[in-house]
Design a protein. Structure first.
Lengths: 120, 174
């Protein structure tokens, strides 16, 4: 259920802003690449965990399905958190807040500039 | 109908095995098949002058014992046993039927097959057996127990030959 929520967040973001892949910037493309890699890893983990060990001639080898699945889950979690933070940081409210901070800081700096000496 | 060990599962297992043995481990041997029709036997039924088909290269997993030096009446003899494990598919791909008495060349030595085990059956079903059906299971491997044999018995390579080189300048005392 939680996974579905995360995946739907990505889809909502894509549809909400009516984005096409071509228009996404390099940072976004990198994020999509990483998320796709995590999904592929999760799928491979699911395939490899059907059999925890595979017979080889005269022996058997254990597969890394569960490791792949847990790695994929943590990578997806991290990427979703990163996406949320990025979206929050670029929201209208945050941008206005940053602008306000910038102007306040500028004002403070200007306040410290010495006034010209007035000679009457 | 069993849920596991279907054709797709067997294909996955075989692909993983092939990748592991052929590309990752990569230990290969030459397999020499005995030509029975060309090998004459004496009055005791012994084939002293054996003939073999040309060697076929096969990937294999090798488990060898340490060399042992055993004192015989004629002197010290070198002995070694080894276990060669093959994917059964490798033999079927090359239309090769392994049998006791065939020769395996590996690591500058020749090993004769003493016994074979064809008993690693995935899912407990061998499709070659009629009651098992043809959609599930697989006979996976062939394991050959071998001992090192003398090169001079085999006629595979010439082990005794001379070189006519009068210009050799060997140090004295050799």
């Amino acid at each position: 259920m939680e996974t579905m929520e995360k995946e739907s967040l990505v889809i909502i973001v894509m549809y909400h802003y009516n984005l096409t892949y071509k228009e996404i910037n390099s940072v976004g493309k990198q994020w999509i690449w990483k998320y796709a890699a995590a999904l592929a890893k999760e799928l491979l983990g699911a395939i490899r965990s059907k059999y925890s060990s595979i017979p080889i001639p005269n022996s058997e080898v254990s597969l890394d399905g569960s490791t792949l699945k847990s790695e994929a889950a943590s990578e997806k979690e991290y990427l979703i958190t990163q996406l949320r933070e990025t979206l929050e940081a670029t929201s209208r409210h945050k941008q206005l807040e940053m602008k306000r901070e910038e102007s306040e800081n500028l004002q403070q700096s200007l306040n410290r500039v010495p006034l010209k000496i007035y000679i009457g | 109908m069993p849920l596991f060990a279907g054709a797709r599962d067997i294909s996955l297992i075989e692909k993983l095995n092939e990748e592991l043995i052929n590309s990752v481990i990569q230990t290969e041997i030459y397999y020499y098949k005995l030509i029975l029709d060309e090998t004459d036997d004496n009055i005791y039924g012994e084939g002293l002058d054996k003939r073999y088909y040309a060697g076929v290269k096969l990937p294999s997993l090798i488990d060898r014992s340490n060399q042992a030096y055993v004192e015989e009446a004629y002197g010290v003899d070198l002995q070694q046993t080894a276990l060669f494990s093959f994917l059964r598919k490798e033999f079927t791909n090359k239309s090769l039927v392994p049998e006791v008495g065939d020769i395996i060349e590996w690591d500058k030595a020749y090993f004769e097959i003493d016994s074979m085990v064809d008993n690693q059956i995935i899912g407990g079903k061998d499709p070659d057996y009629s009651l098992a059906g043809c959609e599930h299971g697989s006979s996976h491997s062939i394991i050959c127990q071998c001992h090192m044999t003398r090169m001079s018995r085999l006629n595979i390579e010439d082990v005794r030959y001379g070189v006519d080189t009068p210009d050799y300048n060997f140090p004295k005392g050799i």
